[in-house]
Design a protein around this ligand. Structure first.
Ligand code: CA
Ligand code: CA
Ligand code: CA
Ligand code: CA
Ligand code: CA
Ligand code: CA
Length: 525
């Protein structure tokens, strides 16, 4: 073998390299050289030539993966060993001394093992977020210390395995749904959906309706949920008039081990549909039909209240907003109907030629998109005044008494107010006379006054300012009995602030400045 590596010049004794010298194969050669002269007898001698081979950095470090977990759980603890590697370099000395490192951007670290050249790759940061990073490419660099240095790279591919660490999430909680009443039983009414940041079965959701105590057990019995897609159907039809809103809970559960779940509160608001026709409350005959007979004296004036048709609608809003109309009337010149209140009044006085009996058909309509209606029939009989009095004694006594009472109390109140007012005036005048002499009652200009219902007088007494207010009748205006036009307001006796004081008389609003004030309304002028 040596002959293949070295050659010896038999004349000069030069030893030359003729083959390949590799330090890693043999780092020393021992040649036994034999020299002979050409004398007779020839003399010879032996010597040993020892050739030491110097190392050259001709080997790259070698990275070998002895074990590798291709996937590592996102819940793994710090220090978990992911892989074992061995790094070798065949060279000697610095040429074979290897420094290795990992790429910076990975949550792993390289640790030397107790065994030479062995390293372990361990977890140095928590992998909580498979949801953000699910895969790492870990690049190992091994560089020797030779001149020039040689390097080797190896990339390990590591997947992060999912752990069920995320609960299902509903986008909104509580959720609100609006549902028009009279839904078809069995049809889907709403749908809930949650998301889960985990993977595969850890994110595979099923839904069910919460049956906890605080939820409306009675309602949930009527609800059915598709556990796969969260579609909820109602097994019954909802009626806005009996139920306006209800609440329940939906629970979403993932299929992880152990499973995680979360719930959402669902508020359902039932919307009204115009499914109720107006119901006539008055007039109502004994057989249940909306018919009534009203007797009125022949001598009543125009504007006499004949009767008031009363109706009720179970719906709300436009669906329950009722308007009255005269559908049929024997004499249009005689009776008028208020479309909002249902009051029927005479339009003029009766004459001798007027028929004794009149039939009025009143239609009550709600304002739903498709409006529903009901009709009432009122027969108006004209009777002689005496008869009417007798009749009214017997019939509908309560109603008349009721209205009479209102008028009676109104008059009492007005009387009392008038007396109070007069007394006040007298007292004021008395005070006025007994006090200062340099001025008498001084009329002041009306200030900041707006509106047609009031008139006012202000006057000054000492340092006080008084204002008297009463309704002013503009042409064509009327004050209805029972309306709130006649109110006595006695505000604070004393107001020191500079702000105006607001007083209301009927619908007129009147600012008053400083001082005590009285309001003195009265019915007419
Ligand atoms: Ca080397
Ligand atoms: Ca070498
Ligand atoms: Ca999950
Ligand atoms: Ca997860
Ligand atoms: Ca309704
Ligand atoms: Ca209605």
């Amino acid at each position: 073998m040596l002959y293949e590596v070295f050659s010896l010049n038999t004349i000069t004794g030069e030893i030359r390299i003729k083959g390949e010298i590799d330090f890693e194969k043999a780092d020393v050669y021992k040649l036994d050289v034999h020299a002979t002269d050409k004398g007779q007898p020839p003399m010879s001698t032996d010597c040993r030539v020892i050739i030491k081979v110097l190392d050259k950095n001709d080997n790259k470090p070698k990275i070998e993966v002895t074990s590798l977990s291709k996937t590592v759980s996102e819940s793994s603890k710090l220090g978990t060993v992911v892989s074992l590697i061995s790094i070798t370099d065949q060279d000697a000395g610095l040429n074979g001394k290897v420094i290795c490192s990992l790429s910076d951007d990975v949550p792993f670290d390289l640790k030397p093992s107790f065994q030479d050249n062995m390293y372990s790759i361990v977890l140095k940061q928590h992998l909580d977020h498979r949801e953000l990073v699910s895969h790492y490419d870990v690049k190992i660099t091994a560089t020797d210390c030779g001149q020039p240095p040689l390097s080797t790279f190896k990339t390990l591919s590591i997947d992060v395995a999912d752990v069920n660490d995320n609960r299902p999430q509903f986008l909104h909680n509580p959720m609100e749904f609006y549902l028009v009443e009279n839904n078809v039983p069995g049809n889907s009414i709403l749908s809930v959906s949650a998301s889960d940041k985990d993977f595969n079965e850890n994110a595979a959701l099923t839904y069910h309706i919460g049956r906890e105590e605080q939820t409306n057990q009675k309602m949930t019995a009527f609800l059915n949920i598709n556990s796969d897609n969260g579609q909820i159907s109602a097994l019954k039809s909802f009626d806005f008039e009996t139920l306006k809103t209800f609440q329940f809970k939906v629970v979403a559960t993932d299929s992880g081990t152990p499973p995680l779940s979360s719930n959402v509160t669902v508020n359902v608001f039932i919307l009204d549909q115009n499914d109720n026709a107006p119901v006539i409350m008055y007039p109502l005959s004994s057989n249940g039909s909306a018919e009534g007979v009203e007797e009125i004296p022949r001598n009543v004036n125009a504007g006499h209240l004949v009767t008031k048709v009363r109706a009720y609608d179970a719906d709300i809003g436009y669906n329950g907003w009722l308007l009255f109309s005269l559908q049929e009337v024997t004499d249009h010149s005689l009776f008028g109907l208020d479309r909002y209140t249902g009051q029927i009044r005479t339009l003029r006085s009766f004459t001798e030629t007027d028929e004794a009996e009149h039939k009025l058909v009143i239609m009550v309509k709600d304002n739903g998109n498709v409006s529903l209606s009901a009709t009432a029939t009122v027969i108006v009989k004209l009777v002689e005044p005496k008869e009417a009095f007798a009749a009214s004694d017997v019939k509908s006594a309560t109603k008349v008494v009721e209205e009479d009472n209102v008028t009676f109390y109104l008059m009492i109140t007005l009387g009392a107010v008038s007396v109070l007012f007069l007394v006040s005036i007298i007292v004021l005048i008395a005070m006025q006379c007994s006090k200062s002499t340099d001025y008498t009652t001084k009329y002041l200009q009306e200030t900041n006054y707006d509106g047609t219902l009031c008139h006012s007088i202000q006057y000054r007494s000492g340092d006080k300012r008084y204002m008297l207010v009463g309704p002013r009748m503009s042409i064509g205006s009327t004050i209805m009995p029972g309306s709130h036009a006649n109110t006595l307001v006695l505000p604070d006796r004393r107001r020191t602030s500079e702000e105006g004081l607001l007083c209301c008389v009927g619908i007129g609003v009147l600012p008053l400045q400083e001082g005590s004030s009285f309001e003195m309304p009265h019915t007419g002028e």
